[in-house]
Design a protein around this ligand. Structure first.
Ligand code: NAD
Length: 351
C-alpha cells in the first residue's frame, strides 16, 4: 500500500493510473479537490478495489495520522500542491498554506507515525516529495543546466513555496532521520493537464477559435518532459533512490515557448485542418509578459540517468503528438473542465 497525495491533479492522477496499470499494490489517494483536482481523471479506477480515494487535506494532521495508522502504507508520495505560477502571483496565500504548511503537517504526521513503528518497517518506509526545477531560479542562455548542486534561487511565490517545502523535507531527514527522497522535475505535459497551463491552453484556444496568448516575446526556454516519463522516474526513485538524496528529472528538451506553440499549431493543422488550409498560427497573439518571468530553465538529468538507469521513453516530438491526439480524443473532458461541470461530476461520484 502506498499513500499518494494530490492524486486527482494532473501528475498525481497520471501516476495513480500508471501505478495501478503496472502492479497490484493498492493506493490510498488523498486529495482535497481544489479547482485543479478532478475526479474525472480517475474515472477508470473509480470502482477498482485497489484505489481508495479520500477527500481531505495534507494540512489536516489528524486525518493524515489516522490514514497512516489505519493503512500503514510503505511510502508517501507527495504531489499535493498549488501549482500555477500565475495564480501564485495574484494570490500567494494558498501557496504558503498548502505547499509550506501542508507539507510541514504531512511531515509531522509521518514523523509521529514512524516513531510508533518497528525498525524493520521504518527501514523500508519512504517519503517521496515531488518538486520542481523552478526552485533553482532562472538560467542565463549559456549557463550549464541545473544539477542537484545548484543553489536555490526561487523567483515566484510558487517556486519559493516549493523551495521552502523542499528544505523542510531535507530538514526532517537530517534532524529526525525521516527516510526522504526529493525529485525536482522540469515542465510536464500530457493527458489530464488543466487547461490553464501553456500546452493544453494552446490546444483548447486553437480549437475554440480563440487567441493563443504568448507571454512577452515567447523566447522563454523550458525543458519539457512527457508526464508518463515523470511518473516512471518517480517510481524508479521510490524503489532505487538513495534515502536523503534529491534527483533532478528532465527530458533534455530545451525549447522556447514560441517553438512549442508553433509545433502545436503545426500538429493541429495536420490532425484537425482548418478550412482553406489556414493555420492555427494566425491565432497567436503576443501579450504582456508575466511579472518576474524566469527566462530559462534546464535540467541536468545525469544523476538519475547514471545512478538509477532512468531514461525518458518519449522524445518531445513523439510525446507532444500523443498529447495533441489525447486532447482531440477527449474533447468532452476539456469541455467539462473549462465549463466547470466536472464539479457536478465530483458531486455525483464522491460521497
Ligand atoms: P495540479 O495543480 O494539477 O494538482 C495538484 C493536486 O493537489 C490537485 O488535485 C489538488 O486538488 C491537490 N491539492 C491541493 N492542495 C491540497 C491539499 N492541501 N491537500 C491535498 N490535496 C491538495 O498539479 P500538478 O501539475 O499535477 O503537480 C503535482 C506536483 O508536481 C506539484 O507538487 C508540483 O509542484 C510538482 N511539479 C509539477 C510540474 C508540472 O509541470 N506540472 C513539474 C514539476 C513538478
Amino acid at each position: 500500500m502506498i499513500l499518494v497525495t494530490g492524486g486527482a491533479g494532473f501528475i498525481g492522477a497520471n501516476f495513480v493510473l500508471d501505478w495501478l496499470a503496472l502492479q497490484d499494490e493498492p493506493v490510498v489517494n488523498l486529495d482535497v479537490l481544489t479547482y485543479a483536482g478532478n475526479l474525472e481523471n480517475l474515472a477508470s479506477v473509480w470502482n477498482d478495489p485497489r484505489h481508495l480515494f479520500v477527500k481531505g487535506s495534507i494540512a489536516d494532521h489528524d486525518l493524515v495520522e489516522e490514514l497512516l495508522r489505519f493503512h500503514r502504507p510503505r511510502a508517501i508520495l507527495n504531489f499535493a500542491a498549488e501549482s500555477h505560477v500565475d495564480r501564485s502571483i495574484y494570490g500567494p496565500e494558498e501557496f504558503i498554506q498548502t505547499n509550506i504548511v501542508g507539507t510541514f503537517r504531512l511531515l509531522e504526521a509521518t514523523r509521529g507515525f514512524l516513531a510508533a513503528q518497528n525498525e524493520a518497517f521504518r527501514a523500508g518506509f519512504r517519503f517521496l516529495h515531488v518538486s520542481t526545477d523552478e526552485v533553482y531560479g532562472s538560467l542565463a542562455p549559456t549557463e550549464a543546466a541545473f544539477s542537484e548542486q545548484r543553489k536555490y534561487e526561487p523567483n515566484s511565490p510558487y517556486s519559493a513555496s516549493k523551495a521552502a517545502s523542499d528544505h523542510l523535507v531535507r530538514a526532517y531527514h537530517h534532524t529526525y532521520g525521516l527516510p526522504v527522497l526529493t525529485t525536482n522535475c522540469s515542465n510536464n505535459y500530457g493527458p489530464y493537464h488543466f487547461p490553464e497551463k501553456l500546452i493544453p491552453l494552446v490546444i483548447h484556444n486553437a480549437l475554440s477559435g480563440k487567441q493563443i496568448p504568448i507571454y512577452g516575446d515567447g523566447m522563454q526556454v523550458r525543458d519539457w518532459l512527457f508526464v508518463k516519463d515523470h511518473c516512471s522516474a518517480i517510481r524508479r526513485v521510490l524503489e532505487n533512490g538513495k534515502v536523503g538524496e534529491t534527483y533532478n528529472v528532465g527530458g533534455r528538451n530545451e525549447l522556447t515557448n514560441l517553438s512549442v506553440v508553433n509545433t502545436l499549431c503545426e500538429i493541429l493543422d495536420e490532425l484537425r485542418p482548418l478550412p482553406d488550409a489556414a493555420s492555427y498560427q494566425s491565432q497567436i497573439a503576443f501579450v504582456r509578459d508575466r511579472p518576474g518571468h524566469d527566462r530559462r530553465y534546464a535540467i541536468d538529468a545525469d544523476k538519475i540517468e547514471r545512478d538509477l538507469d532512468w531514461r525518458p521513453s518519449e522524445t518531445f516530438e513523439t510525446g507532444i503528438r500523443k498529447t495533441v491526439q489525447w486532447y482531440l480524443a477527449n474533447e468532452a473532458w476539456v469541455k467539462n473542465v473549462t465549463s466547470g461541470s466536472y464539479r457536478q461530476w465530483i458531486d455525483r461520484q464522491y460521497r
